[in-house]
Design a protein around this ligand. Structure first.
Ligand code: ZN
Length: 55
């Protein structure tokens, strides 16, 4: 159950079910809901992952 939720969460916004958008530049990867419900930043060089959850 948890695994299923997690895999859905990776591709869909948990609130509006829209496809998560992603954008990458030299510094970080940004994944976000087009409606602004969810945002995740991954800094691979620092090994840091920041999740912003509006809930
Ligand atoms: Zn959303």
């Amino acid at each position: 159950m948890l695994k299923t939720l997690r895999s859905l969460f990776a591709n869909r916004c948990p609130q509006c079910q829209r496809t998560i958008q992603s954008r990458q530049d030299s510094l970080h990867v940004l994944k976000y809901c087009p409606q602004g419900h969810y945002k995740e930043e991954t800094y691979a060089t620092l090994g840091v992952r920041i999740v912003y959850d509006s809930k």
